[in-house]
Write a protein that binds this ligand. Structure first.
Ligand code: TYD
Ligand code: MG
Length: 449
């Protein structure tokens, strides 16, 4: 009889070794190796019957991908215009953020339109799901709930039921009997998800996998999971806030810059079609340090408020606390403001925040960050109806940005009457609001203060 081989697998990156180590040589994680029985290796190369043969790219037939619309506009947009048939979508997020709620709502809509949906819940009993479904108004004969953890039984029911779409909530609770390691371990997650995705692709059935996240916010389990799927979505938001943001971080069928905004109510998630108005709703009046910037999230410009506080450092090293923007970027722009804007700001504590729990990454918000810091430092408020955008370089120059026109239109729609933007963009656009083009940080300061 063959002896079963023992291997040790790093639970953080999936690295395998024949002996235990305290520290993973691949990802440097401590104490992450877990003993597992080696998976019986397949002998020889598997040759599939049929399949396709190589073809010149010019003769390939291009078909518009078939997409299923969930009817939840924000979700459809983040997916790139609906769910592509046969695609695998991984959705991650903190516990309790609303992943199950979002999927149940979306699937109820699809089921209502006649699509057969199988919702596999490894975490909640059918009763719990039913109670939640009733609260959300998600009741349809086409929505099948299945509380199951074993891969083999799930695949069996999929083959019998032949659903149009499959939900696995969550992948960390599913295990295959072929492996002896516990559910949620790297090997189990890798094996079960690859089997599920392989089967789903074969049936041209879209599949949603819900994934847990680790303490540092990435999806738990092997990195390979993100390579196996077509789309990775993160559902994020702050616990105390009712806003939730759905963000695509990988999408083979659409843009990854796209975000969807939702609000959590007692009757489930509601989409927010005009996020700018929502983010600006509680803006203080004539407060120094408050500035509205325009950030392009995918195809949609969003107006968001940035606030800052600049206070003299009482003791020790000046402190920088930043929420919603990369910390280093703020440090860099502070240095530019000091040297090129002529403000003695480096020896001050700086607190900077994007309101509404949004995270901004676009370069176009640079000028807004600088305007906010300068405004609070000088204690001079920026006019309420002014929007600021532009990229800032280390020489203090303000550089042109892409897609200025949709940003201007959005600002106009929300009643803004003045816009400070890069001079480079000024000549190329028309707008009804007053537009002031600036070439440097210094010029912007002259205009504003
Ligand atoms: P859930 O979808 O279970 O989160 P996840 O699957 O990401 O872990 O969301 C549960 C949270 O949402 C819970 O804290 C309660 C809240 N909630 C509402 O506020 N209203 C609702 O209608 C529902 C269904 C949930
Ligand atoms: Mg859940």
């Amino acid at each position: 009889m063959a002896k079963t081989r023992i291997i040790y697998t790093c639970q953080s990156c999936g690295y395998q070794l024949p002996k235990w180590l305290g520290k993973c040589p691949d990802c440097n994680q401590w104490n992450s190796f877990v003993e597992e029985k080696a998976f019986e290796e397949r002998k020889g190369l598997q040759v599939f019957e049929g399949g396709s043969s190589p073809q010149p790219i010019t003769t390939l037939e291009v078909k518009e991908e078939d997409r299923l619309k969930t009817g939840i506009g924000e979700l459809d947009r983040v997916l790139g215009g609906g769910i592509v048939l046969g695609s695998a979508i991984l959705i991650g997020g903190d516990p309790g953020i609303g992943k199950s709620t979002l999927l149940l709502q979306a699937m109820a809509m699809l089921a209502g339109n006649g699509e057969k949906v199988l919702y596999v819940s490894g975490e909640e009993s059918p009763r719990q799901t039913k109670i939640r479904g009733e609260r959300l108004g998600a009741t349809s004969e086409n929505l099948f709930i299945y509380a199951e953890n074993t891969l083999e039984r799930i695949l069996d029911s999929v083959k019998r039921l032949k659903p149009g779409i499959l939900i696995i909530d969550s992948i960390q609770t599913i295990y295959t009997q072929a492996l002896e390691s516990s559910p949620g371990s790297v090997s189990q997650v890798r094996e079960t998800s690859s089997q599920l995705i392989f089967n789903a692709k074969g049936m041209d059935m879209p599949i949603f996998l819900v994934g847990h996240v680790t303490k540092d916010g990435s999806i738990a389990g092997p990195r390979v999971l993100e390579h196996m799927v077509d789309t990775v979505l993160y559902f994020e938001g702050e616990r105390g806030h009712q806003f939730r943001i759905l963000r695509a971080v990988k999408n083979r069928y659409g843009s990854v810059m796209e975000i969807g905004v939702f609000e959590m109510h007692d009757k489930g998630l509601e989409e927010v079609t005009n996020p700018s108005a929502l983010f600006l709703a509680e803006r203080p009046e004539n407060a120094s340090g408050s500035v509205v910037v325009s950030s392009l999230e995918g195809t949609r410009p969003i107006l968001v408020e940035i606030q800052s506080l600049v206070c003299p450092t009482i003791f020790g090293i000046p402190k920088r606390t930043v929420v919603g923007i990369d910390y280093n970027r703020v440090a860099l722009l502070t240095a530019v403001l000091e040297k090129k804007g002529g403000l003695n700001i480096q020896n001050h504590d700086i607190f900077l925040k994007v309101t509404g729990g949004v995270r901004l990454e676009e370069p176009a918000i640079d000028l807004g960050i600088i305007a906010s810091l300068a405004s609070n430092f000088l204690d001079k408020a920026i006019p309420q109806k002014t929007v600021v955008f532009g990229e800032v370089g280390l020489a203090g120059e303000v550089r042109g940005i892409s897609q200025a026109e949709p940003r201007i239109n959005e600002a106009e729609k929300l009643g803004f009457d003045k816009c400070i933007l890069p001079k480079d963009n000024l000549s190329k656009i028309k707008g009804k609001l007053e537009m002031i083009g600036v070439k440097s940080v210094k010029e912007m300061m002259d205009v504003l203060f």
